[in-house]
Every structure is written in structure tokens, then in C-alpha cells.
Design a protein around this ligand. Structure first.
Ligand code: ADP
Ligand code: MG
Length: 726
């Protein structure tokens, strides 16, 4: 190893230098930048504006037209703050030029006044209004140095960044520009020229310059150029993810795979014969796909998607029996203990006439029993082990793992999925999810998997009648619940929180349990489950509910996935506005599993909208404001459709992928500019380009390969291997 001769040895190191490395960035500014998620130079150049503002010309106050989008340059000459009848506070800041004064107004942001001082020069940009006086509500503000004169104003399409309170747009732009000065020579184009031409792609370095308006002339900075720049950067982001996933798949395919399954035999036939129902044709088709994968001489890596209640469990059990019959071990991993227990009960029941060993291993398995099961597993005996994360603890080794099944995959993520794979020699992997993942997201997150879909519900299922109600209807809701119970059915009542919260005005499950049990349903048997109670107590309650001993089950979202009690016909969700749509759909899927008509009642306890709130030039946390302002339309979708895919698409649009899915959870980089809903076309193109390049990797120039490798390393760190694999 040679010792580095300078502190900066490669472009990699330089891009990963902290922003303090840049001139003009001291500790204080670095801290403010850190609050925006900018730590390194690489972060800074990839901190993209969320929009551009047209400031190509300044307008004099005298010439402002009602409704026009304008930029005014002037001097702050008044700062007022007062409450009004409609708003908690209104801040008015007068900006005076030589022809008049225009006011910037802010509603319910009393701190805005403190950003200004009189005599200070500033630009206000936004949509102007002339009545009752010239003003812009929530303008974008740029504070100017005192020696600024309007003649030196070079208006452009100005990038607008999300900021923290003490960081101005100007400083953010300056910082990003100094970062670009250092970084641009390293942000090389890595796509071969032919590809760039074929798809009409702006070169990457230019895309960075244009999007940040760095060293650009008016000709560079047209809306069309901006759009091209954004497209190139979106493509870059998707390309890296697509290539990363493809390489991962390639690596898996190159790992030794020695599992040899046998075609389905006696066990599978026996189970099919004793099922009280016939498999739906979708189940049969999917099972066929899985069987083919199992018998193929390459490892299976398949995602099984099926809406709630579509019958994934039985498919998984049949696949497991195939593997067991061939002498292999099968692990079925689920995200929660409740679900593990339930699967265990269902599956032991299903297989009780068959000669198969089924075991349950979770965090609360007693030590002695645990030791026994772990011993049994390490003996290599063919068996099905159902469990939680406990299955991927170090001391659990499966010497004959032939099939790993992961249920409700989105709760785990790519990394954990891999850990189960690394257990022994590589097993076949089947991941199952009930979250109807929109196509674009599936491509990104599961780009390395083949997909099977159960797109049909068992016959006889009726759509669940869904109502969105305001809390004043609760007495009627409870009456309805009582009626259903008297008719022999059961109900769930779900709350978003376990205990009272200081900051969130929500009903907590524990307190509501007491209330409902004593005051509302003294005549019924009411139970409580939540994620923090001892596992034993929870299991006891769950099985009492399953057996019909409990009529009404109060719960948190722990029951979101997988719980199967066909006799339950009512799902009440309080504070429903706090849940994502996809999650509500999951919750709703807990009912309607038997023959009777089922109901889902969503109680929308959200406060009334406050008018006048608008996104300004400050960091806006996605939660919870955004959720609340869009809530009514959000919940309405639930009443309109039972189609999980439509609901998921809607949810993704409203909340963005981060919240929908928790991209961090998936082990993939979070998206900085691309939008999974809007940019689906670029996602496909990126994937296509990645596939093509990989297929022709032998023909790529060495420097192209090196650049692509470098680009991937920048995002994934050193873990990514294999650009030159093969
Ligand atoms: P999910 O896909 O949500 O995991 P489950 O596997 O829990 O769904 O199945 C939901 C319910 O439907 C279970 O009670 C199961 O026994 C039943 N079921 C599964 N397949 C069929 C079928 N082909 N016909 C009738 N009922 C079925
Ligand atoms: Mg399930």
C-alpha cells in the first residue's frame, strides 16, 4: 500500500470533502447547511432546486398589473405584525422603490417579521395583487447587499431551494456554485456518446450547470433547457439505481447454486385434496410460475404481489411443501410477532394431517424451546420454520435451506432480504407483499425480482362498504358495531397511537380501550392489542378474538398486516387522517374475509383547514401539514374504490415515495430529483439503458466502464462490485 501523498488523493475524496472545504463556508454556515441535509460537496451539487422562478425582468411598483408574476427591487421601509379576525397573525412588510410601495404579506408566520430590518435592500417575487393595496402574499424574498443597485440586476430563471430559516436563497446559491466550481470537472459524462445522441440527452455536466444556473447566459437558461437538464439528472438518478440492482442480480446469478428441488409429489397433492376450497385460477397460475422457478437450475428471486385477502398464504405453504418434500428446510419470515403466531396457527392447522415439522421462532420464544428449535434447524432436518427477525440472528444456521419466503416484504427491505439469503448456500427466495406497489415503484425497488401477481380474489368476496364520517357520528358508529356483534359478528377499532402524546392531538388506544369497555360497550367483551404489550398477552388476546370470545378488538396498526379473522365484519379507524391510504387499505383488508357483508368506517378527526397557508421559501416537512391539507380528497378515494392498486397510486402521488414506502428502509438511495410518479418514462429509459450497457459491457471502452463504476461508487459507496463482472 502506498501512503497518500496529499490529503486529497482522488476525485472521490474530493467530492466527499465536507462543505467547509469550500471558501465562504465556516462552521456556522456548515451547520445551517447540514440542517438541509448537505454535508459534503457531493451533497451540495445534488441539492436540487424544487422550482425555478422567472426573474428575468424587474417590475416597478407603479407598473404592477393585478395577478401578474413580478419581481420588485426596493428597500424595506415598514414591518408590521398584528392578529386579525381570520388569522392568528399577519405580517406586512413594505418594499419601496422609486415609484411606490408594495407589501409582502405572511399569514400565521409571526416570525417572518424578524427576518427583515428597515432600510435593507431586497427582492420580492410572486404573484401580485392590487387590491386592497399592492401586495404579494408569501413572496419569495431575496435580501440584497446594501451597495446593490438595480442596474446590476441580471435577472434569470432563478433556482429556488428549500431552506432553513436563517439560510437565505442567495447564500444557498453561492454555496452550491462554489461546490460546482470544485466538483464540475469530476462530474463527467459516463454514458457513451451514441446513447446520448440516441435519446437526445443533455450532457451531465451541462445539466448540473443549467439546473443550478451556474455560469449560464440567458440562452442557456430557457424553460426548455431547464427541462432537458432536469430530465438528464432524473435519468442519472434512476440509472444508478437500475444499474445497481442489475449488478446485484448478476452477482446472485453467479453465486454457486446447488439446491435441486423435486417436482411436487405426495405432500402437495395431499394438502390440495383436503383444502375446503378450490384454488383460484390466479393462485394456480402463480403456483405454476413458482414451481418452474424452483425446478430451474438458477435461484428463484420472485416477488408475489396480491391484494389483501387474495390468498397468498396457501401459495406459500404449497411452495414450502415442495421444498420440504425434496428434503430441504424452509424459512418463512414475517415482520411482526402477531403475524408469525397467526401464520403458525393457520399453517399447523392446514398441515396437521401431513408429516411435516412446523416450528415457530420469535423474539419471545422461551430460551429452552428456542435452543431446541435452533438445534433442530442446525441438524438440517427438513422442516418449515416460521418466525420474525429472530430467524436471521447469527446463531441460527440453516444447513439445508432450500427456500426462503418473506411475507409483507415492504416491512423489511432489500438488506434484510439479503441476509436471509446469505444464511447458507443460496436458497430460492420468494417475497410476498400485500402492498399493491405501483409499477414504477416496483421497478425501482424490486428491479432485481421477477414478479407474479394474484390479481383475483377468491369468489364470493363482496366489496367492503366504506364510509368516511366526522367524529360527531361516533355514537351511531358504536350503535352499528353493537348491531353487528348481536348479529354474531366481530369488530376492530383502530387508533394511530398507543398512549397519549404531548404533541399530537390524537386519541390513544389504551385510554380509548378503557372508555369503550366501560362506557360504550359495557355489555360486550372488548379486548386490546398493541405493539408494546408483552407478546404472551397479545397472543392470548388475538386468539381469544379469533375464537370469537372477544367481540370488539381495540388495536393499533399492529393488526395492519396479515391478520385473518373471517368472522370480523367491521373495521372502524379513528383519526383515520393520520394513516396513509395504502395503510388504510391494509387495515380494511382485515374484514370482508368471510361470507357476510363487511364495513369499514373511517373517522376523520382532522381539524378544519386553515386558509392562507402557503408553501414559502423555507423547508417544509412533508408531514403532517401536507397530509392534513389534502386529507378530505385522500380519504374519499377509500370510499370510492376497493382496488388496492388505484389506492396505492393515489397514495404515492399524494405523499411521495419516501412516506409511502420509506425508501431508506429499502436500502436504496433516496431520490433527490426524480419523482416516481411523474418520471416513470425516464425510469423505464434508465433501466433500458442500464440493461443494454450491461449486455454489451465487453464492447464498452475501458474509460466508460471506469466512469460508470465511479458513478455507482459515488452513490453506493465501496459496496458495489461487478461493473466488469464477466
Ligand atoms: P393474503 O393474500 O392477504 O395473505 P390469505 O392468504 O390470508 O390472504 O387468505 C385470505 C383468506 O382467504 C383465508 O381465510 C384463506 O383461507 C382464504 N382463501 C385463500 N384462497 C382461497 C380460495 N381459493 N378460495 C376461497 N378462500 C380462499
Ligand atoms: Mg398474508
Amino acid at each position: 500500500m502506498n501512503a497518500p501523498t496529499t490529503s486529497v488523493t482522488s476525485s472521490e475524496d474530493l467530492l466527499h470533502q465536507p462543505v467547509q472545504f469550500l471558501k465562504g463556508v465556516g462552521p456556522k454556515r456548515a451547520e445551517l447547511l447540514r440542517r438541509c441535509g448537505i454535508v459534503t460537496i457531493w451533497d451540495a451539487v445534488n441539492y436540487f432546486p424544487f422550482r425555478h422562478e422567472d426573474r428575468r425582468a424587474l417590475t416597478l411598483v407603479r407598473d404592477v398589473q393585478d395577478g401578474a408574476f413580478v419581481t420588485i427591487c426596493g428597500v424595506i421601509d415598514s414591518i408590521d405584525e398584528r392578529p386579525t379576525r381570520r388569522f392568528r397573525s399577519i405580517v406586512q412588510v413594505g418594499l419601496k422603490d422609486r415609484t411606490g410601495t408594495l407589501y409582502g404579506t405572511w399569514f400565521n408566520q409571526p416570525w417572518m417579521g424578524e427576518r427583515f430590518r428597515r432600510g435593507q435592500k431586497a427582492l420580492f417575487t410572486g404573484k401580485a395583487q392590487l387590491r386592497p393595496y399592492p401586495c404579494i402574499s408569501h413572496p419569495t424574498v431575496e435580501l440584497l447587499p446594501d451597495d446593490f443597485t438595480p442596474d446590476e440586476y441580471e435577472g434569470t430563471l432563478t433556482p429556488i431551494y428549500r431552506l432553513t430559516e436563517e439560510l437565505s436563497g442567495r447564500v444557498m446559491r453561492q454555496t452550491i456554485h462554489s461546490a460546482l466550481e470544485v466538483a464540475l470537472p469530476l462530474l463527467e459524462e459516463y454514458l457513451p456518446e451514441k446513447v446520448q445522441q440516441q435519446y437526445n440527452l443533455m450532457p451531465l455536466p451541462r445539466a448540473y450547470r443549467v439546473i443550478h444556473a451556474y455560469e449560464c447566459t440567458a440562452i442557456d437558461l430557457t424553460p426548455e433547457q431547464l427541462q432537458q437538464a432536469r430530465r438528464r439528472l432524473v435519468l442519472d438518478e434512476f440509472f444508478v439505481i437500475a444499474m445497481g440492482l442489475l449488478l446485484k442480480r448478476l452477482r446472485t446469478e453467479q453465486m454457486p447454486y446447488t439446491v435441486r428441488h423435486r417436482p411436487p409429489g405426495q405432500l402437495v397433492r395431499a394438502l390440495l385434496k383436503q383444502l375446503p376450497f378450490e384454488l383460484t385460477s390466479a393462485q394456480k397460475r402463480v403456483l405454476h410460475e413458482i414451481k418452474n422457478d424452483l425446478l430451474a437450475p438458477v435461484p428463484m428471486n420472485r416477488l408475489l404481489q396480491g391484494d389483501v385477502g387474495s390468498g397468498k398464504t396457501i401459495v406459500a405453504v404449497l411452495a414450502a411443501l415442495m421444498a420440504i418434500e425434496g428434503g430441504y428446510q424452509v424459512a418463512l419470515m414475517v415482520p411482526t410477532e402477531v403475524l408469525a403466531v397467526q401464520h403458525y396457527q393457520t399453517i399447523t392447522q392446514l398441515t396437521k394431517e401431513l408429516p411435516v415439522a412446523v416450528r415457530l421462532l420469535t423474539g419471545s420464544t422461551r430460551r429452552k424451546e428456542r435452543a431446541e428449535i435452533v438445534g433442530e434447524i442446525s441438524s438440517g432436518k427438513p422442516m418449515l420454520v416460521i418466525g420474525t427477525h429472530a430467524l436471521i440472528q447469527k446463531e441460527v444456521r440453516f444447513p439445508r435451506l432450500g427456500l426462503a419466503i418473506i411475507d409483507e416484504q415492504h416491512k423489511f427491505g432489500v438488506m434484510q432480504r439479503n441476509r436471509l439469503r446469505d444464511q447458507a448456500e443460496q436458497p430460492d427466495v420468494l417475497v410476498m407483499t400485500a402492498t399493491p406497489i405501483p409499477r414504477s415503484l416496483a421497478l425501482t425497488v424490486y428491479g432485481d425480482l421477477s414478479v407474479s401477481r394474484i390479481d383475483e380474489l377468491p369468489s364470493g368476496r363482496k366489496p367492503i362498504k366504506t364510509y368516511v364520517v366526522r367524529p360527531d357520528r361516533l355514537p351511531r358508529v358504536w350503535e352499528f358495531v353493537r348491531k353487528q356483534v348481536h348479529a354474531g359478528h366481530q369488530a376492530y377499532v383502530v387508533y394511530p397511537l398507543i398512549d397519549e402524546s404531548d404533541t399530537l392531538p390524537l386519541k390513544p388506544a389504551v385510554a380509548m380501550y378503557e372508555h369503550l369497555r366501560r362506557e360504550v360497550f359495557p355489555d360486550l367483551r372488548v379486548g386490546l392489542v398493541h405493539g408494546r404489550m408483552p407478546a404472551e398477552e397479545r397472543d392470548r388476546t388475538m386468539s381469544a378474538f379469533k375464537q370469537g370470545v372477544i367481540n370488539v378488538l381495540i388495536a393499533t396498526a399492529v393488526i395492519e398486516v396479515g391478520i385473518d379473522v373471517p368472522n370480523a365484519t367491521v373495521m372502524v379507524v379513528e383519526d383515520a387522517h393520520r394513516f396513509g391510504l395504502a395503510q388504510l387499505h391494509q387495515l380494511r383488508g382485515r374484514v370482508g374475509r368471510g361470507g357476510a357483508t363487511a364495513y369499514c368506517i373511517l373517522v376523520d378527526n382532522s381539524p378544519d383547514d386553515e386558509a392562507g397557508q402557503k408553501e414559502g421559501d423555507t423547508v417544509q416537512p412533508r408531514q403532517p401539514e401536507l397530509l392534513e391539507s389534502t386529507r378530505s380528497s385522500r380519504l374519499a378515494v377509500m370510499a370510492e374504490t376497493n382496488d388496492g392498486f388505484r389506492i396505492a397510486e393515489e397514495d404515492l402521488k399524494l405523499r411521495g415515495p419516501g412516506e409511502f414506502f420509506g425508501l431508506e428502509q429499502t436500502g436504496l438511495p433516496s431520490l433527490r430529483i426524480a419523482d416516481l410518479v411523474r418520471d416513470e418514462e425516464e425510469l423505464r429509459l434508465a433501466r433500458h439503458i442500464a440493461e443494454t450497457l450491461l449486455a454489451h459491457r465487453d464492447k464498452l471502452k475501458p474509460e466508460t466502464r471506469e466512469r460508470i463504476r465511479e458513478r455507482l461508487r459515488r452513490t453506493f459507496g465501496a459496496t458495489i462490485r461487478g461493473v466488469d463482472a464477466g
